[in-house]
Design a protein around this ligand. Structure first.
Ligand code: ADP
Ligand code: MG
Length: 484
């Protein structure tokens, strides 16, 4: 009996649902439409290229497993990528219109084949140590070429790490930054930057051998080599590398044997002037479960952190992403996203893509309302109310006065204005009573609040600059997620 693609995909979804959390399922799998089944190849339609890359990066083994379960060992997956219109008609001319593509699935292209038998095997590293003695072994660097310096946006949050990375890429092993340890929270660009260095070394054409490996893979290789009695080959293999990038070394914690072998490899490479680049989710000194002698080695070079990007950098990152993906999203919506997703760039990109997907699927305009719905999937404690405290904080920041002073008795002009404006905004943007607003300002009574609102209104009617300030502040406050 021949199964229809709908049935096949429905079955896949059932498995997938059991293997990913609800949020990921909603974000990444619900928007997928099965569109064809031919010669063991199931074709699924995804909203855009980034969506496809995301699936490939994060879910390739799950997809592979499920497809094989449904279609047998010859099962393959093909993607059909829908395209998005570019409102300005500028860049990305090859991209047909969203609406057209939605209504006529045949316009969706290109079709891309991935990850499954016959395709590119993204998972598998060839057992690297079967060729002992061969010095000029061609090693696949295991890099993702799309992680470059060009698209790694610079900001205060990453300036040191980025420029150190650049220096290292220009002169691997020849700077004081050896090892270069890039550390920071999840989703802030460690992998991107580390890989950009690797890619840059290769682009520079110095014939250096670069190898990127995750700590997880490194550990597995070691386990494998121990099993096969091939630890020496393993260590020898790593000696062939000129630039070694080990990602997420916090995962080496408490792995005694792995650390021992890594220590050995590290020393030999370092002694031979080879470059080592490490990433970690915390500074070396805080790596619990890591041998002291390793930690002290990590401190030899430079540890540079990636911190959370400021608003402007988030905007720049999102805009650059949009240009590359040929997406076009109204400015106020990007701004809204960036206001609300602060701590994780991967999430920022996730919201963007999910937004585009939702708009196509539901044929809805991309606007702030839709963005709110999408962001809810990403931000755990949403429905943050606008509170009087929040307003006080923003206003105080804006006027550069301490929050306490808003509640105090100071009659200084700048503080009085900040205080009155906070009351005015609290009255307009929250549903607190005048009485309770007054209480938030050091126990003032409701008539004071009324008086303040009137004073602000008078200023608004006469002072254009003040009016602009208030509009900005209002926007800023509203921009913070405020469901009811
Ligand atoms: P980490 O390894 O720290 O968890 P990643 O390197 O995977 O984070 O980055 C998460 C996402 O954010 C990636 O898609 C990456 O390209 C993007 N990203 C991070 N920092 C920047 C930046 N400065 N400019 C552009 N994109 C960035
Ligand atoms: Mg990473």
């Amino acid at each position: 009996m021949i199964k229809s693609y709908n049935t096949v995909w429905d079955n896949c979804l059932r498995t997938i649902r059991r293997n990913v959390n609800t949020q990921s399922f909603k974000t990444w799998f619900e928007p997928i439409k099965p569109v064809g089944l031919d010669n063991n190849a199931l074709t699924i339609q995804v909203p855009n290229k980034f969506f496809y890359e995301w699936l490939e990066e994060h879910y390739v083994s799950l997809l592979k497993k499920t497809i094989r379960q449904e279609l047998g060992d010859k099962g393959r997956l093909e993607y059909q990528i829908l395209m998005v219109s570019n409102r300005n008609g500028a860049a990305a001319a090859s991209i047909p219109s969203t609406r057209a593509a939605v209504s006529s699935s045949t316009t969706g292209k290109p079709v891309k084949e991935v990850g499954l038998p016959g395709g590119i095997d993204t998972e598998h590293i060839k057992n690297p140590f079967v060729i002992p003695g061969i010095k000029k072994l061609k090693i696949d660097p295991q890099l993702n070429p799309s992680y470059t310096f060009d698209n790694f946006i610079e900001g205060d949050c990453n300036r040191l790490a980025r420029s150190a990375g650049h220096a290292v890429a220009k002169n691997p092993g020849g700077t004081a930054f050896n090892p270069l340890v890039i550390f920071g929270d999840v989703g802030l660009g460690k992998t991107h930057l580390a890989q950009a260095i690797g890619n840059e070394v290769i682009t520079n054409g110095t014939n250096k051998t670069v190898l990127y490996v995750s700590s997880e893979k490194f550990t597995n290789q070691i386990i494998e080599s121990i099993k096969n009695n091939a630890v020496n080959d393993f260590v020898n293999f790593y000696q062939l590398v000129d630039v070694l990038i080990v990602d997420d070394i916090q995962f080496l914690a408490n792995k005694v044997k792995t650390q021992e072998i890594f220590f050995h490899i590290f020393n030999q490479l370092h002694q031979n002037g080879k470059q080592i680049i490490l990433t970690s989710d915390r500074p070396p000194k805080d790596l619990d479960g890591m041998e002291e002698r390793l930690i002290s080695r990590f401190k030899w070079g430079l540890s540079a952190d990636l911190s959370t990007p400021e608003l402007e950098t988030r905007m720049a990152i999102l805009e650059s992403k949009m240009i590359r993906e040929g997406l076009d999203i109204p400015y106020d919506v990007t701004e809204f996203i960036c206001y609300n997703i602060k701590n994780n760039i991967r999430e920022l990109e996730g919201v963007l893509i999910s937004l585009v997907a939702q708009s196509m699927l539901n044929r809805r305009e991309i606007d702030i309302d839709l963005a709110k719905e999408v962001i809810k999937n990403f931000v755990s404690q949403m429905s943050k109310e606008i509170t009087v405290e929040f307003i006080q904080k923003l206003v105080a920041e804006h006027f550069n006065v301490p929050v306490d002073k808003l509640k105090g008795q100071t009659r200084k002009r700048s503080i009085v204005i900040a205080r009155q404006l906070s009351m005015y905004l609290a009255k307009n943007l929250t549903n607190k009573s005048l009485k309770s607003i007054g209480e938030n300002f050091g126990g003032r009574d409701h008539s004071t609040v009324i008086y303040s609102c009137k004073a602000v209104q008078d200023l608004l009617d006469t002072d254009m600059i003040f009016k602009d300030t208030v509009t900005d502040l209002e926007k800023k406050i509203k921009m913070s997620l405020n469901e009811k």
